[in-house]
Design a protein around this ligand. Structure first.
Ligand SMILES: NC(=O)C1=CN([C@@H]2O[C@H](COP(=O)(O)OP(=O)(O)OC[C@H]3O[C@@H](n4cnc5c(N)ncnc54)[C@H](OP(=O)(O)O)[C@@H]3O)[C@@H](O)[C@H]2O)C=CC1
Ligand SMILES: O=C(O)C(=O)Cc1ccc(O)cc1
Length: 436
C-alpha cells in the first residue's frame, strides 16, 4: 500500500506553540515534562530527540525558532528516514530551505509549509502556504492530505515568492505595531487610559500592539531579520513615516495632502468605492480596553496609516493582491487603513489635524524615532538587541496582557469572519503559484 495519511507516521521537531500537534520531540531536557503532558493522548508519542523522530517518521516538520533552523537540521537531518518528506513551519523560507538543501540526504523529499496565523487562531479557512521545493506531485498530494485536518486554504508558492510576499504582509505590519508600542512606552502611556486613544481605529491599534508584544520575540525577529526583502520594506516604511512627519511639523499642508492623496489613489484605485469596507464603526467600537466614551475622542492624524499607504505606493505594492496569502493581523491593518482612506471626510480631517493640531506631536515624534530604530535593529541583524528592545516593552505592557488577549481574540473572531470571506474572494498573488 502507498503512503496515505492513515498509515503514515508524522514527526514534529519543536513542540512550542505551533508544533504541539504526533511523533514529536523538543530539546532533550524537556522530554520528561512533555511525556507527562502528551503521553495520555492517543497516537502521540513523545521521543527524547529529533534523531528518534526522524528515523521513524514519513513526514517530518521542523517547528523550531527560525534563528536555529540551520543548526537543528544539521543535527537531525542526516537521521531522516529514507524516502521521507521533510518540511518546516518557520516564517522565513530562505534559511530553512537552504538548511534542508545542505543537510538532508538526497533520497529525502522537501515540501515545506507555513500557517499564516498564530497559535490561538482557528486554522479553518486561514491560508496555509505549501512549497513543493524538491518533491514529486504525489508527495505534495500526500502533504495536502495530512494537513487537510486543519481545514486551511492552501496557497502554492515558491520559497522566494513566499518571502517576498510575507515581507509586505507580515514584517512591515509588525514594524508599524512594534513602533506604536515603543512610542507609547517612551511617553510612559497606557493608551487605553488616555481619551485621545479611545474608540474606533485606536482600539484596533491597541489590541494588535498588545497581541504582538504578548507573543514570543523570536517569531518577529526571525521573520524580519532573516528575510532580505523585509529589511528593505521596513526601511521604506520608516522613511515614509519620517518624511510625512517632517511635512506635518513644517506646516506644509498642501504638500502633505497632495502626497498622501496621490498615494491613496494609487493603492485604493477608483472603481473599488462600491465594495464593502473590510471594517465598520460598529465593529471597531466594540473592542475597547478603556471604559471611556468614544464621543470625546479628538481627531488623530493617523501618521502610522498615512505612512503605510505612502510606503505601499512608493514600492508599487497593491495590498489586495496579497489577500490570499495574508495573516489575520495584515487583514486588520489593511482594514483600518482602508477605513481611513475610503472615507474622504475622515482623511481630510486627519490631514488637517496633522497640520493644525499639536496634540499628537510628541506621540508622533516618538513613533518616528521608533520606526527608524526598529528598522536599524532589523538591518543590523542583531537578534540580541531585537530581543532586548522587544522584551523591555513587553514587560511594560504585560499587566494588561490577559485582558487584552481575551478582548483581542474576540475582536479577531468578529472581524475575521468578515475579512476571511473577503480574502476568499480576492485574487491570487501576482506572479506566483495558484491557490486552490
Ligand atoms: N507563533 C506564531 O504565531 C507562529 C510561528 N511560526 C513559526 O513556527 C516556528 C515555531 O514557532 P512557535 O511554536 O511559536 O515557537 P516556540 O518558541 O513556542 O517553539 C519552538 C520550540 O522548538 C524548540 N527547539 C529549539 N531547538 C530545538 C531542538 N534542537 N530540538 C527540538 N526542539 C527544539 C524550542 O525549545 P526552547 O524554547 O527550549 O528553545 C521550542 O519549544 C517558528 O519558526 C516561528 O517563526 C509560524 C507561524 C505562526
Ligand atoms: O498574524 C500575524 O502577523 C502574527 O503575528 C501571527 C503570526 C506570526 C508569525 C507567522 O509566521 C504567522 C503568523
Amino acid at each position: 500500500m502507498g503512503l496515505t495519511k492513515e498509515n503514515a507516521s508524522i514527526g514534529i521537531i519543536g513542540m512550542g506553540d505551533m508544533g504541539k500537534m504526533i511523533n514529536a520531540c523538543d530539546k532533550p531536557e524537556n522530554y520528561d515534562d512533555l511525556k507527562k503532558e502528551f503521553d495520555s493522548l492517543k497516537g502521540v508519542t513523545i521521543l527524547p530527540n529529533g534523531h528518534l523522530v526522524s528515523r521513524i517518521s514519513d513526514f517530518i516538520v521542523y517547528s523550531v525558532e527560525a534563528g536555529v533552523i540551520d543548526r537543528v537540521v544539521a543535527q537531525y537531518g542526516p537521521s531522516t528516514r529514507v524516502g521521507a518528506i521533510v518540511g518546516g513551519q518557520t516564517s522565513c523560507k530562505a534559511p530553512e530551505l537552504a538548511a534542508f538543501d545542505k543537510h538532508l540526504p538526497p533520497d529525502v523529499e522537501i515540501v515545506s509549509c507555513h500557517s499564516l496565523h498564530g497559535p490561538k487562531v482557528n486554522p479553518k479557512g486561514q491560508p496555509l502556504v505549501l512549497i513543493q521545493h524538491r518533491a514529486s506531485d504525489q508527495s505534495l498530494r500526500f502533504v495536502e492530505e495530512v494537513l487537510s485536518c486543519l481545514g486551511s486554504k492552501y496557497v502554492y508558492l515558491s520559497g522566494e515568492m513566499h518571502d517576498r510576499i510575507t515581507a509586505d504582509t507580515q514584517a512591515v505590519t509588525h514594524a508599524a505595531f512594534l513602533s506604536m508600542g515603543t512610542a507609547w512606552q517612551a511617553n510612559n502611556q497606557f493608551p487605553w487610559e488616555i481619551s485621545r486613544w479611545v474608540g474606533g481605529i485606536e482600539n484596533v491599534k491597541i489590541n494588535i500592539t498588545l497581541r504582538i508584544y504578548s507573543n514570543k520575540w523570536h517569531v518577529y525577529a526571525g521573520l524580519a531579520i532573516l528575510n532580505p526583502a523585509a529589511k528593505e520594506q521596513i526601511r521604506e516604511y520608516a522613511r515614509s513615516v519620517t518624511e510625512l512627519y517632517k511635512l506635518m511639523i513644517e506646516g506644509r499642508r498642501e504638500d502633505l495632502k497632495r502626497r498622501v492623496k496621490a498615494a491613496g489613489a494609487a493603492v485604493f484605485k477608483s472603481g473599488t468605492e462600491a465594495q464593502d469596507l473590510l471594517l465598520r464603526d460598529e465593529v471597531l467600537d466594540q473592542f475597547s480596553l478603556s471604559n471611556r466614551p468614544r464621543e470625546k475622542t479628538p481627531p488623530n492624524n493617523h501618521l502610522s496609516l498615512l505612512a503605510i499607504v505612502d510606503c505601499w505606493s512608493r514600492l508599487g505594492i497593491i495590498p489586495y493582491d496579497h489577500m490570499i496569502c495574508s495573516t489575520p493581523l495584515f487583514r486588520l491593518w489593511l482594514g483600518v487603513t482602508e477605513y481611513l482612506f475610503r472615507n474622504p471626510d475622515l482623511l481630510e480631517e486627519a490631514l488637517n489635524t496633522a497640520i493644525d493640531d499639536s496634540t499628537f506631536r510628541s506621540d508622533d515624534l516618538e513613533f518616528t524615532f521608533a520606526a527608524r530604530a526598529w528598522s536599524d535593529c532589523v538591518s543590523f541583524g542583531d537578534f540580541e538587541s531585537y530581543r532586548d528592545r522587544f522584551e523591555r516593552i513587553q514587560q511594560y505592557f504585560s499587566p494588561r496582557f490577559p485582558e487584552a488577549a481575551k478582548l483581542g481574540n474576540e475582536m479577531m473572531r468578529t472581524i475575521l469572519e468578515k475579512t476571511t470571506a473577503t480574502a476568499a474572494a480576492a485574487t491570487a498573488p501576482k506572479a506566483s503559484g495558484t491557490a486552490r
